[in-house]
Structure formats: structure tokens, C-alpha cells
Design a protein around this ligand. Structure first.
Ligand code: AMP
Ligand code: TRP
Length: 339
């Protein structure tokens, strides 16, 4: 969707409140290219025009990560990654989900308007049953209810996410409708906001880029690792010989060139006419990714060397949200007959 700039306020008028947006991201290791192209670029852009709230969802991560030290360090790494990629604590609020425990209370209340059948048919739940069959915990089933609570506790109306979150967002909307129907108009129906790259494929060229598949390009990682990851990318599988013409529209490397430089059409032309080979195109992409993220990589290292700075930003974020979360909880408890 396009985002229009609000008209400049008149000098005497009180500034109109900016519409609120919310997104959450799991602390599941280093941020990868899919996270950035699919979601984080929008987080950064939207913080200039909206009241933006971003959350590192450690409660959600507990459905798959069970090592306390690992979770703690990944939470900090994710915060450093987001800040390094451009989240500005002066312009947005960044916090850790478990630092605002009201989310889990609201989850319980929302779960009472959510039919179990909606949760059982959620695609991510079915995926998890397949990928972690020995650990089908109850948190996996109620995951989308917590996600809905995250969003609506701040009455956010827009949610920047990648396309893999479409089903979760639809479920959030259904939960909001169910709540509003039963208890009266309380929450806005949240809408997803996508980037021009809502699904980034991994280095295998087939599956969505994801830490759990192991097909990521770790943009804040070591340049040598990035180079290795990009050089391992699967390209157009029908281009066997160097002299065969390539098909940029089905080649993941060519697709990613769209986001790094303004000459992708020329690069595509080189592939189509076999003027360039896949290896050259990959080398160029690797270098461009390394260069593009060099300042973020530097900032990431600085932040990681100063954990107190990260923790301070996260604590301030959670504190700032306390009155908003509590106001919603007062309203919801009252509507539901708990007060
Ligand atoms: P996660 O790491 O699953 O919490 O994802 C964080 C954000 O990145 C979510 O908004 C996802 O939709 C988005 N995202 C993750 N992987 C991809 C991908 N391969 N392509 C596009 N967006 C993605
Ligand atoms: N489920 C999301 C993901 O895996 C993370 C998430 C949790 C989220 N709560 C949210 C995203 C609220 C948007 C809004 O990426």
C-alpha cells in the first residue's frame, strides 16, 4: 500500500495524533535479508509518519526456543539488529513483549472469543506440527491469539509484515470482529502493510528465506559468510551451460538485484543474452549486499559492545507503553464484566 504524507499542521492547531502501527518480530537469531526486505524496511520508513511500536516477541519465541540463555542473547541481538538497520528510539517505540505482561492477560480474554477450530486450521500451526512433532505445545496453538493481543492492546490499525503473516493477520481481524460483536466496538481491525518484496526466497530458490530452513543471507554477519551464502544460491535451473540464455524472472539472484542498485534491467539483459554468467551476477549481488549493509554492520557491532545502551532503550520503550496498555486493559475488563 502507498503511504501518503499528512498535510502540514497549522501553527495554532494541536498536532493531530498520528495513526498507530505495530509489528512484532521473533528473537530467532541474526536478522536475515528476508526480514529486512519483507518487513524491516517498512518499519524504518513508517516510523517517520506513524506512531510506530515495534516489539521483540520473546513470549512467542518460547514456543520453539527453550534455552533461557539463548533466548536472552537473541532478544538483545534482535534489538541491536533493528536499531542498526535504522529504527530510531526517538521516532518509534521498541520494546520486549514480556516486559509488558498485559499482553498475556489480554490474550486470555481474547481466547474466550476465539473458536479452537480457527486456531487448528492456521497454516503455521500445521507447519509446526510437521517440523517439531515432539513439541506440539499449547503455545503453538494459541500463538495467533497472543499476536492479536499484541496488536490490539495498542489499538494499532496497520501492521507491517511479510506475506507469511497474512493468515495470522486475517485471524487477528476475525478475533477483533468476534470481540467487537460480543462486547461492543472496542478495537480497530488491523490491516497488513507489505513491502514490494513480501516473500523473499532463500538461497535454495524454492522455500521462503527462514532461519529454520537454513537458507538465509545473514546481512549483519561476516562479509565472508554473506559471500558464501550468496555464491551458494540456486539460480535458473534450466540454464546449464554458460552460453545458455538465462530467465531473470525465475532467477532468485536476478530478483534480488532489484533491491540493490538501479541497473537491474541491464543485469537482467546480460543474463537473457548470456552476456554474463550466473557466477558474475552472484558475485556482484554479494558485493552489493555487503556494501549496502556495511554501516549497519558497524553500528550493530558498536551496540553489541554496549549492551547497557540496548537494555536502556528497551526498558524505556516498555515504560512508555505502560499507560496505553493499562488503559486498554481497564476498558476491556470493564466491557467483559470483570470490573
Ligand atoms: P520472523 O523472523 O518470522 O519473526 O519474521 C519477522 C518479519 O519478517 C515478519 O514480518 C515476517 O513476515 C518477515 N519475514 C520473515 N521471513 C521473510 C521472508 N522470507 N520474506 C519476506 N518477509 C519475511
Ligand atoms: N508471528 C510474527 C512472526 O513470526 C511475529 C509477531 C508476533 C507479530 N506478534 C506480532 C507480527 C504482532 C505482527 C504483529 O513474524
Amino acid at each position: 500500500m502507498t503511504v501518503e504524507l499528512a498535510p502540514a499542521p497549522s501553527p495554532t492547531a494541536a498536532p493531530a495524533p498520528r495513526p498507530r502501527i505495530f509489528s512484532g518480530i521473533q528473537p530467532s537469531g541474526l536478522v536475515h535479508l528476508g526480514n529486512d526486505l519483507g518487513a524491516i524496511r517498512n518499519y524504518v520508513m513508517l516510523q517517520f509518519e506513524y506512531e510506530a511500536i515495534y516489539c521483540i516477541v520473546d513470549y512467542h519465541a518460547l514456543t520453539s526456543t527453550h534455552d533461557a540463555d539463548v533466548l536472552r542473547s537473541r532478544t538483545r541481538e534482535m534489538a541491536a539488529g533493528l536499531l542498526a538497520l535504522g529504527l530510531d528510539p526517538e521516532r518509534c517505540t521498541l520494546f520486549v513483549q514480556s516486559h509488558r505482561p498485559e499482553h498475556t492477560e489480554l490474550m486470555w480474554l481474547l481466547s474466550t472469543v476465539t473458536p479452537v477450530s480457527w486456531l487448528e486450521r492456521t497454516p503455521t500451526y500445521k507447519d509446526k506440527i510437521a517440523t517439531q512433532p515432539d513439541d506440539v505445545n499449547h503455545g503453538l496453538l494459541t500463538y495467533p491469539v497472543l499476536q492479536a493481543a499484541d496488536i490490539v492492546i495498542y489499538k494499532a490499525s496497520l501492521v507491517p509484515v511479510g506475506k507469511d503473516q497474512a493468515a495470522h493477520l486475517e485471524l487477528s481481524r476475525e478475533i477483533v470482529r468476534a470481540f467487537n460483536n460480543r462486547y461492543g466496538d472496542t478495537f480497530p481491525e488491523p490491516q497488513a502493510v507489505y513491502t514490494p518484496a513480501p516473500v523473499v526466497l532463500g538461497t535454495d530458490g524454492v522455500k521462503k528465506m527462514s532461519k529454520s530452513v537454513g537458507n538465509t543471507i545473514d546481512i549483519l554477519g561476516d562479509p565472508d559468510v554473506i559471500r558464501k551464502q550468496v555464491m551458494s544460491m540456486v539460480t535458473d535451473t534450466k540454464r546449464i551451460l554458460r552460453t545458455d540464455p538465462g530467465r531473470p524472472e525465475v532467477c532468485n539472484v536476478c530478483q534480488l538485484h532489484r533491491f540493490f542498485g538501479d541497473d537491474y534491467e541491464d543485469i537482467w539483459d546480460g543474463e537473457r543474452t548470456a552476456r554474463t554468467g550466473c557466477v558474475d551476477t552472484k558475485k556482484l549481488l554479494a558485493q552489493r549486499i555487503i556494501d549496502h549493509y556495511a554501516p549497519a554492520r558497524e553500528r550493530y557491532a558498536e551496540l553489541m559492545a554496549n549492551p547497557a545502551e540496548i537494555d536502556g532503550i528497551l526498558e524505556a520503550g516498555a515504560d512508555r507503553l505502560k499507560p496505553k496498555a493499562q488503559a486498554t486493559m481497564d476498558e476491556v475488563r470493564h466491557r467483559m464484566g470483570l470490573r
